[in-house]
Write a protein that binds this ligand. Structure first.
Ligand SMILES: C[S@@+](CC[C@H](N)C(=O)[O-])C[C@H]1O[C@@H](n2cnc3c(N)ncnc32)[C@H](O)[C@@H]1O
Length: 229
Protein backbone atom coordinates (compact mmCIF):
# COMPACT_ATOMS: atom_id res chain seq x y z
CA UNK A 1 0.00 0.00 0.00
CA UNK A 2 2.73 2.48 0.96
CA UNK A 3 4.77 1.73 -2.16
CA UNK A 4 1.71 2.36 -4.35
CA UNK A 5 1.05 5.68 -2.64
CA UNK A 6 4.70 6.66 -3.01
CA UNK A 7 4.42 6.20 -6.77
CA UNK A 8 1.01 7.82 -7.01
CA UNK A 9 1.68 11.03 -5.07
CA UNK A 10 3.91 13.30 -7.13
CA UNK A 11 3.56 16.73 -5.49
CA UNK A 12 3.88 17.61 -1.80
CA UNK A 13 0.62 19.60 -1.98
CA UNK A 14 -1.35 17.04 -4.03
CA UNK A 15 -5.06 16.72 -3.39
CA UNK A 16 -6.45 13.17 -3.07
CA UNK A 17 -9.99 11.86 -3.47
CA UNK A 18 -10.89 8.30 -2.44
CA UNK A 19 -14.22 7.11 -3.88
CA UNK A 20 -15.46 4.30 -1.63
CA UNK A 21 -12.74 4.93 0.94
CA UNK A 22 -13.81 2.39 3.59
CA UNK A 23 -12.72 3.82 6.95
CA UNK A 24 -10.22 6.20 5.26
CA UNK A 25 -7.04 4.33 6.22
CA UNK A 26 -5.38 4.73 2.80
CA UNK A 27 -5.80 8.50 3.04
CA UNK A 28 -4.50 8.64 6.59
CA UNK A 29 -1.35 6.76 5.49
CA UNK A 30 -0.92 9.19 2.59
CA UNK A 31 -1.17 12.21 4.90
CA UNK A 32 1.33 10.71 7.33
CA UNK A 33 3.89 10.26 4.55
CA UNK A 34 3.34 13.56 2.69
CA UNK A 35 3.35 16.82 4.62
CA UNK A 36 1.29 19.13 2.38
CA UNK A 37 -1.16 16.60 0.96
CA UNK A 38 -4.91 17.11 1.52
CA UNK A 39 -7.55 14.42 1.14
CA UNK A 40 -11.26 13.77 0.90
CA UNK A 41 -12.73 10.30 1.35
CA UNK A 42 -16.30 9.40 0.43
CA UNK A 43 -18.06 6.26 1.61
CA UNK A 44 -21.71 5.38 1.97
CA UNK A 45 -21.06 3.46 5.18
CA UNK A 46 -19.04 5.75 7.41
CA UNK A 47 -17.98 2.76 9.54
CA UNK A 48 -14.61 3.47 11.12
CA UNK A 49 -14.63 7.17 10.21
CA UNK A 50 -14.59 8.23 13.88
CA UNK A 51 -11.56 6.09 14.62
CA UNK A 52 -9.57 7.29 11.59
CA UNK A 53 -10.52 10.94 12.16
CA UNK A 54 -9.49 10.53 15.81
CA UNK A 55 -6.12 9.14 14.71
CA UNK A 56 -5.71 12.01 12.23
CA UNK A 57 -6.41 14.54 15.00
CA UNK A 58 -4.01 12.79 17.39
CA UNK A 59 -1.27 12.96 14.73
CA UNK A 60 -2.00 16.63 13.99
CA UNK A 61 -3.34 15.85 10.50
CA UNK A 62 -7.02 16.53 11.16
CA UNK A 63 -7.18 19.75 9.15
CA UNK A 64 -5.99 17.95 6.01
CA UNK A 65 -8.51 15.08 6.04
CA UNK A 66 -12.23 15.17 5.30
CA UNK A 67 -14.33 11.99 5.39
CA UNK A 68 -17.84 12.25 3.99
CA UNK A 69 -20.62 9.74 4.48
CA UNK A 70 -22.26 9.89 1.08
CA UNK A 71 -23.10 7.89 -2.05
CA UNK A 72 -20.20 8.38 -4.46
CA UNK A 73 -22.68 8.82 -7.31
CA UNK A 74 -23.94 11.97 -5.61
CA UNK A 75 -20.58 13.40 -4.65
CA UNK A 76 -19.41 16.47 -6.58
CA UNK A 77 -15.87 17.67 -5.96
CA UNK A 78 -15.16 21.28 -5.12
CA UNK A 79 -11.52 20.83 -6.11
CA UNK A 80 -10.17 18.56 -8.85
CA UNK A 81 -7.93 15.82 -7.49
CA UNK A 82 -4.32 15.11 -8.42
CA UNK A 83 -4.95 11.51 -7.41
CA UNK A 84 -8.28 9.68 -7.40
CA UNK A 85 -8.44 6.31 -5.64
CA UNK A 86 -10.98 3.55 -6.17
CA UNK A 87 -9.76 0.40 -4.50
CA UNK A 88 -12.22 -2.47 -4.30
CA UNK A 89 -15.09 -0.02 -4.74
CA UNK A 90 -15.86 -0.13 -8.48
CA UNK A 91 -19.15 -1.88 -7.72
CA UNK A 92 -20.32 1.43 -6.19
CA UNK A 93 -20.59 2.77 -9.75
CA UNK A 94 -21.70 -0.54 -11.26
CA UNK A 95 -18.34 -1.70 -12.58
CA UNK A 96 -15.02 -0.83 -14.10
CA UNK A 97 -16.01 1.42 -17.01
CA UNK A 98 -18.49 3.61 -15.08
CA UNK A 99 -15.81 3.99 -12.40
CA UNK A 100 -13.29 5.18 -14.99
CA UNK A 101 -15.85 7.71 -16.25
CA UNK A 102 -16.55 8.97 -12.75
CA UNK A 103 -12.86 9.26 -11.94
CA UNK A 104 -12.31 11.33 -15.06
CA UNK A 105 -14.86 13.88 -13.82
CA UNK A 106 -12.99 14.35 -10.56
CA UNK A 107 -9.42 14.39 -11.89
CA UNK A 108 -7.18 17.39 -12.51
CA UNK A 109 -5.70 17.75 -16.01
CA UNK A 110 -2.62 15.59 -15.40
CA UNK A 111 -4.04 13.64 -12.47
CA UNK A 112 -3.54 9.95 -11.76
CA UNK A 113 -6.03 7.23 -10.89
CA UNK A 114 -5.24 4.37 -8.51
CA UNK A 115 -7.75 1.70 -9.46
CA UNK A 116 -8.03 -1.61 -7.63
CA UNK A 117 -10.39 -4.27 -8.92
CA UNK A 118 -10.89 -8.01 -9.20
CA UNK A 119 -10.09 -10.14 -12.22
CA UNK A 120 -10.24 -13.85 -12.99
CA UNK A 121 -6.81 -15.31 -12.30
CA UNK A 122 -8.10 -18.68 -13.56
CA UNK A 123 -11.33 -19.47 -15.38
CA UNK A 124 -13.90 -20.28 -12.65
CA UNK A 125 -16.64 -22.85 -12.97
CA UNK A 126 -20.16 -21.57 -13.66
CA UNK A 127 -21.25 -21.65 -10.01
CA UNK A 128 -18.28 -19.62 -8.77
CA UNK A 129 -18.66 -17.11 -11.60
CA UNK A 130 -22.38 -16.73 -10.89
CA UNK A 131 -21.68 -16.19 -7.19
CA UNK A 132 -19.11 -13.44 -7.82
CA UNK A 133 -20.95 -11.78 -10.69
CA UNK A 134 -24.42 -11.72 -9.17
CA UNK A 135 -24.32 -7.89 -9.06
CA UNK A 136 -23.61 -5.45 -11.89
CA UNK A 137 -19.89 -6.21 -11.90
CA UNK A 138 -18.53 -8.71 -14.41
CA UNK A 139 -14.87 -9.69 -14.36
CA UNK A 140 -12.41 -10.67 -17.08
CA UNK A 141 -8.92 -12.11 -17.08
CA UNK A 142 -6.02 -9.73 -16.39
CA UNK A 143 -5.00 -8.99 -20.01
CA UNK A 144 -8.62 -8.30 -20.94
CA UNK A 145 -9.15 -6.12 -17.86
CA UNK A 146 -6.08 -4.03 -18.68
CA UNK A 147 -7.08 -3.88 -22.37
CA UNK A 148 -10.52 -2.53 -21.37
CA UNK A 149 -8.87 0.19 -19.30
CA UNK A 150 -6.46 1.09 -22.11
CA UNK A 151 -9.29 1.17 -24.66
CA UNK A 152 -11.09 3.63 -22.39
CA UNK A 153 -8.21 6.08 -22.78
CA UNK A 154 -5.83 5.29 -19.92
CA UNK A 155 -2.21 4.29 -19.78
CA UNK A 156 -1.03 2.10 -16.91
CA UNK A 157 2.21 3.44 -15.45
CA UNK A 158 2.40 0.83 -12.70
CA UNK A 159 0.45 -2.14 -11.43
CA UNK A 160 0.46 -4.45 -8.47
CA UNK A 161 -1.19 -7.88 -8.39
CA UNK A 162 -2.04 -9.25 -4.96
CA UNK A 163 -0.48 -12.57 -4.01
CA UNK A 164 -2.54 -15.50 -2.76
CA UNK A 165 -0.97 -14.94 0.68
CA UNK A 166 -2.27 -11.34 0.72
CA UNK A 167 -5.77 -12.54 -0.30
CA UNK A 168 -5.69 -15.18 2.44
CA UNK A 169 -4.59 -12.62 5.02
CA UNK A 170 -7.40 -10.25 3.97
CA UNK A 171 -10.07 -12.98 4.10
CA UNK A 172 -8.88 -14.49 7.39
CA UNK A 173 -8.72 -11.04 8.94
CA UNK A 174 -12.24 -10.04 8.14
CA UNK A 175 -14.00 -13.38 8.67
CA UNK A 176 -11.90 -13.97 11.79
CA UNK A 177 -12.56 -10.54 13.28
CA UNK A 178 -16.30 -10.99 12.81
CA UNK A 179 -16.23 -14.47 14.38
CA UNK A 180 -14.08 -13.23 17.25
CA UNK A 181 -16.53 -10.42 17.99
CA UNK A 182 -19.49 -12.86 17.94
CA UNK A 183 -17.76 -15.25 20.33
CA UNK A 184 -16.78 -12.38 22.64
CA UNK A 185 -20.38 -11.07 22.72
CA UNK A 186 -22.60 -14.16 22.97
CA UNK A 187 -25.54 -12.25 24.44
CA UNK A 188 -25.59 -9.54 21.80
CA UNK A 189 -28.65 -9.63 19.47
CA UNK A 190 -26.34 -9.55 16.44
CA UNK A 191 -23.89 -12.24 17.48
CA UNK A 192 -25.65 -15.26 15.87
CA UNK A 193 -25.95 -13.39 12.60
CA UNK A 194 -22.30 -12.29 12.75
CA UNK A 195 -21.14 -15.87 13.33
CA UNK A 196 -23.31 -17.15 10.49
CA UNK A 197 -22.12 -14.43 8.08
CA UNK A 198 -18.50 -15.15 8.95
CA UNK A 199 -18.95 -18.90 8.33
CA UNK A 200 -20.90 -18.41 5.09
CA UNK A 201 -18.31 -16.05 3.69
CA UNK A 202 -15.43 -18.29 4.76
CA UNK A 203 -17.08 -21.26 3.02
CA UNK A 204 -17.79 -19.34 -0.17
CA UNK A 205 -14.15 -18.20 -0.27
CA UNK A 206 -12.40 -21.48 0.64
CA UNK A 207 -14.77 -23.68 -1.32
CA UNK A 208 -15.34 -21.22 -4.15
CA UNK A 209 -13.31 -18.33 -5.48
CA UNK A 210 -10.02 -18.88 -3.62
CA UNK A 211 -7.26 -19.12 -6.22
CA UNK A 212 -9.62 -18.07 -9.04
CA UNK A 213 -10.33 -14.45 -8.25
CA UNK A 214 -7.35 -12.09 -8.34
CA UNK A 215 -6.96 -8.44 -7.40
CA UNK A 216 -4.93 -5.85 -9.27
CA UNK A 217 -4.20 -2.23 -8.46
CA UNK A 218 -3.38 -0.13 -11.53
CA UNK A 219 -1.84 3.32 -11.49
CA UNK A 220 -3.28 5.12 -14.50
CA UNK A 221 -2.78 8.32 -16.44
CA UNK A 222 -4.95 9.59 -19.27
CA UNK A 223 -3.59 8.68 -22.68
CA UNK A 224 -3.10 11.89 -24.69
CA UNK A 225 -4.96 12.20 -27.98
CA UNK A 226 -2.70 11.37 -30.93
CA UNK A 227 -1.02 14.40 -32.47
CA UNK A 228 -2.48 15.05 -35.94
CA UNK A 229 0.11 15.02 -38.74
C1 LIG B 1 -14.23 -3.44 -0.41
S1 LIG B 1 -14.52 -1.91 0.39
C2 LIG B 1 -13.02 -1.06 -0.03
C3 LIG B 1 -12.71 0.05 0.93
C4 LIG B 1 -11.40 0.78 0.69
N1 LIG B 1 -11.33 1.38 -0.63
C5 LIG B 1 -10.22 -0.12 0.93
O1 LIG B 1 -9.44 -0.38 -0.02
O2 LIG B 1 -10.04 -0.59 2.05
C6 LIG B 1 -15.74 -1.11 -0.64
C7 LIG B 1 -16.27 0.17 -0.04
O3 LIG B 1 -17.15 0.80 -0.97
C8 LIG B 1 -18.19 1.41 -0.22
N2 LIG B 1 -19.34 1.68 -1.10
C9 LIG B 1 -20.13 0.78 -1.73
N3 LIG B 1 -21.08 1.38 -2.44
C10 LIG B 1 -20.90 2.72 -2.28
C11 LIG B 1 -21.55 3.89 -2.76
N4 LIG B 1 -22.58 3.81 -3.61
N5 LIG B 1 -21.09 5.10 -2.39
C12 LIG B 1 -20.02 5.20 -1.55
N6 LIG B 1 -19.37 4.13 -1.05
C13 LIG B 1 -19.78 2.91 -1.41
C14 LIG B 1 -18.47 0.42 0.88
O4 LIG B 1 -19.16 1.01 1.97
C15 LIG B 1 -17.07 -0.05 1.23
O5 LIG B 1 -16.50 0.70 2.27
Amino acid sequence: MEHLLRRAIRGEDDHLLDLGCGDGTWLLRALQAHDGVTAVGVDISGAGFDHVLGEAARLGLGDRLELRRQDVAEYRSVRKADLVLSVGSAYAYGGLLPTLNAAREHLAEDGMLLLGDCFWEHEPDAAVRAQQESGPQKYADLPTTVAQVVADGWTPVYGYTSTIAEWDEYEWCWTGTLAQWALDNPGHPGSDLALRMSAEHRDSWLGGYRGFLGFVVLLLRRTPAPVKA
